[in-house]
Design a protein around this ligand. Structure first.
Ligand SMILES: [Zn+2]
Length: 141
């Protein structure tokens, strides 16, 4: 019997620029960059503000509450690159507008996929990937 290869999910690359985001997630805190010059939220993490090019960016803990802006229900994995997600099917990938921060893309978990709706209030939950990365996800508030 051939040995079955276990497909793993791709994980984010932790860099010096995004390290505070991932360190925060590991500590169950949702951290976002905010420009101290023009007050614009900066996400995904960058070395400079996308609006004013200032390098003066602070890391701010946000509440983690928000509303679903839009979403899709993933019901099939196509190709081999994303095979690691197959056990999660069906699952929801959503853009969430944080109440006190920017729009963030992640998964909505903790409810049947059919219950996810536009404008649904959600709250951040932190899921240990088992590989040293904690992923911020959302569940119904
Ligand atoms: Zn700025």
């Amino acid at each position: 019997m051939a040995e079955e290869k276990v497909a793993k999910k791709p994980l984010p690359d932790v860099t010096p620029v995004n390290q505070p985001f991932w360190d925060g997630a590991k500590a169950s805190k949702l951290m976002m960059q905010k420009c101290t010059n023009c007050s614009t939220w900066v996400f995904p993490p960058r070395p400079v503000c996308g609006d004013c090019a200032s390098e003066k960016l602070d890391w701010v803990q946000v509440s983690g509450t928000g509303k679903v802006f839009c979403f899709t229900i993933i019901r099939e994995v196509v190709g081999t690159a994303l095979r690691g997600f197959a056990p999660d099917i069906p699952y929801v990938t959503a853009w969430v507008d944080l109440d006190d921060g920017p729009r963030l893309c992640s998964n909505v978990i903790g409810c049947p996929v059919e219950q996810v709706k536009i404008d649904m209030p959600v709250v951040t939950v932190f899921e240990d990937s088992g590989d040293g990365i904690t992923l911020p996800k959302f569940k119904p508030a």
